[in-house]
Design a protein around this ligand. Structure first.
Ligand code: FUB
Ligand code: ZN
Length: 687
């Protein structure tokens, strides 16, 4: 639905490749996707059903079952049925006696339904790569339970179905109905695309239809928008699957309304305060990205996950409608993130207060929030920007987030998770200092607010949709997963066999297979971390915006060889980042490295990198294969010094240069940290 007068040429935009056309076989991503399939998905299902001893309970399926019973009762009683009047039960309602929960009460966070939606989304992607009858049967049963909870009108959020439907859509700012809608859509689309079964998709459409009737520009319709974004991008996905323009219009409505005056959230708070006979509270509009209309925004602010979910939705709507003003806003917000607010691990959200972006260049390492979901959302945003403009930087940042903070969110055995991903940890400090209480020193089995683990499951199991996007005559490779990719061009089908050992080696061979010559364009990202990329092929190479393009007739057996040397790089931060002053971080290719206590002993702050010996391209660093983590990784031995620890006693003394002894500092990939017990960790090292 291109808008009249739209200035963007939407015909050149790309969409993610159909996951059915991809098979991932490289050791790195196959291991990750298998981990999600074998460990995370079954574990998640147990978590949704509160069957994990010692872990915080989800209550997700409990709530769906209860809502289903309420719906059955309503059907049975017909006109006699008296619905429950809305009672607020808290943001996170827990049983008074955890051993004896009340079967008839809603428990957990008010957005607990999304635990199911994210699970079913990951299940869908996983089934595409790995059909599994038993898992599909479990999923179908779960879908039956979820659909039984839907009201006859189509509403589907158990928090209000159980606690009183008359409260629905009265607190868009703090409650999460539209967030639940968004995740439900994402899950339903994934499961439909995987299995062809549309029961959940129909339920999601009915909920979306209900919302589309309730919200809109017509007289009498609600002018509100989501307090926690995601519906914006999900509705665009629903539009793409159903081709029903109503969903795209609704997404655009939510985006256009955000931040308009009079501010909906301010008005809503006034109404709620009046109804509840309490004083009006001030509303933090920045937290919700609602300070001003989105097209006027130029700084990434507020809750980081919400922000990047919004920007992803804006990019989707810009792409679908050709809206240049929305795309320009996305570009400005992107610049704000990557120039001023991005950790070298691909994490975003520097402050725990509001799980939010801090001010420009405020990137503390030990108190960092850097929520796993926020890095995932950044990858969502980056992929959507790539769909409109294949520019290297979007791919670089997406890759950085994926290989570092997204993966660091999950233990290497897939059994425990980080919500917060700091860049410097001293366990004794975390235990003693309440300013660090959000930082966990070991991964947790599960979280009551379990947003991150299922989010990892859904992005890892759909990783190919981030690696490859296409339009009619072009296939773009943004990430170098190894495996096979089938692309249908107007003149035939081409299969790319990609041999890749990324992220450890930048030598990639693409072999093409076709029954007869196929004409089309292949584009490959030339990573920003590689100083001298090389492409060898029998066709001319055109480079634009950091992508190498090769066009023409492709013949069976033709090869393209991509060489991306990956020197070890010593990085400094812009010196406006006070926390990184006189420190360096080491990267190699897309991977950021860190020092751990397990390899370097305690007191990592007493280490210093010897920058001279390090060499311009890391000539002084040993790059060694490492098999200690159950899969092949790389470790680095970096020349450095260790300072003696001072004796206890005098706190201050006249300055004199410290006594140091030379040492090798051992570094491992950041994503692999904290898999050998609790210990110190540091990304930025003194120099
Ligand atoms: O509010 C839902 C999710 O919980 C957010 O995305 C996370 O940041 C966590 O607060
Ligand atoms: Zn999260």
């Amino acid at each position: 639905m291109v808008l009249p007068g739209a200035s963007l040429d939407v015909t050149r935009f790309t969409h993610p490749i159909d996951l059915h056309a991809v098979s991932i076989t490289d050791p790195f991503w196959q291991r990750e996707t298998e981990l999600v399939r074998r460990e995370v998905i079954p574990y998640q299902w147990d978590a949704l059903n509160d069957r994990i001893p010692g872990a915080e309970k989800s209550w997700c399926m409990h709530n769906f079952r209860l809502a289903g019973r309420i719906m059955a009762q309503a059907r049975q009683q017909g006109a006699q049925y008296t619905p429950q009047a809305y009672t607020y039960r808290g943001y996170n309602a827990l049983p008074d006696d955890p051993a004896h929960p009340d079967e008839d009460k809603f428990y957990g966070f008010l957005f607990q339904d999304t635990d199911f939606s994210k699970w079913i989304e990951a299940v869908g992607y996983s089934l595409i790569q790995h059909p599994d009858e038993a898992l599909e049967a479990t999923a179908d049963e779960a879908i039956d339970v979820v659909c039984a909870a839907q009201t006859p009108e189509g509403y589907l959020d158990t928090y209000y179905i159980i606690n009183g439907m008359d409260g629905a859509f009265q607190n868009l700012r703090a409650h999460h109905e539209l967030y639940c809608l968004g995740h439900l859509i994402e899950g339903a689309v994934s499961y439909y695309q995987a299995t062809g079964k549309d029961k959940l998709l129909r339920a999601a459409c009915r909920f979306a239809d209900y919302v589309a009737d309730f919200f809109g520009t017509a007289d009498g319709q609600c002018k509100g928008y989501p307090g926690h974004e995601i519906a914006e991008m999900a509705l665009v996905r629903l539009y793409e699957v159903t081709q029903d323009e109503k969903y795209l219009r609704l997404s655009r409505f939510f985006i256009n309304e955000r931040g308009q005056e009079p501010n909906y959230f301010v008005e809503e708070e006034r109404r709620n305060a009046e109804r509840e006979h309490r004083p009006v509270q001030s509303v933090n509009l920045a937290y919700h990205q609602a300070v001003k209309p989105v097209r006027e925004q130029d700084e990434a602010i507020g809750h980081a996950v919400r922000a990047v979910y919004l920007y992803s939705g804006m990019a989707d709507v810009a792409r679908m409608t050709g809206d240049d003003s929305l795309k320009s806003a996305c570009e400005r917000l992107w610049r704000s993130i990557v120039q001023e607010k991005l950790y070298i691990t691909g994490g975003i959200g520097a402050t725990q207060i509001g799980e939010a972006f801090s001010y420009a260049y405020d990137l503390p390492n030990d108190t960092a929030y850097s929520e796993t979901c926020a890095a995932i959302g950044l990858a969502f945003f980056a992929r959507r920007m790539l769909q409109m403009s294949p520019q290297r930087e979007y791919g670089d940042v997406m890759e950085l987030a994926l290989y570092n903070t997204v993966l660091s969110g999950m233990a290497l055995d897939g059994k425990s998770f980080f919500y917060v991903n700091p860049l410097s940890v001293v366990p004794s400090a975390c235990h003693a200092d309440s300013r660090l209480q959000h930082v966990k020193t070991v991964r947790q089995k599960w979280f009551g607010c379990a947003c991150c683990p299922p989010n990892i499951a859904r992005i890892v199991s759909s990783i190919a949709a981030y690696a490859f996007t296409e339009n009619e005559d072009t296939l773009l490779t943004h990430l170098y997963l190894g495996g096979s990719i089938r692309k249908t061009f107007p003149t035939g089908t081409l299969t790319l066999s990609i041999a890749s050992d990324m992220p450890w080696d930048g030598h990639i061979t693409v072999t093409l297979h076709a029954d007869s010559p196929v004409s089309g364009t292949l584009g490959f990202r030339l990573p920003g971390w590689c100083p001298n990329p090389n492409v060898t092929a029998d066709k001319p190479v055109r480079v634009a915006d950091g992508y190498a393009y090769l066009s023409g007739d492709w013949h069976d057996g033709e090869t393209i060889v991509l060489d991306f040397p990956m020197p070890v790089r010593l990085n400094r931060a812009n010196n406006r980042v006070r926390e990184d002053m006189r420190q360096v971080a080491v990267t190699r290719g897309p991977v950021t490295f860190c020092a751990e206590q397990a390899d370097n002993g305690e007191n990592l702050h007493l280490l210093r990198v010897n920058a001279e010996k390090f060499g311009k391209d890391g000539e002084g660093v040993q790059v060694l294969p490492d098999s200690r983590f159950g899969h092949r990784t790389v470790k680095l031995l970096v020349p450095g010094f260790r300072q003696q620890e001072d004796a206890e006693g005098a706190l201050y003394a006249p300055y004199q240069s410290a006594e140091e002894s030379p040492c090798q500092i051992e570094l491992i990939p950041y994503y692999a940290w904290c898999n050998r017990g609790e210990g110190e960790m540091r990304v930025w090292l003194n120099v």
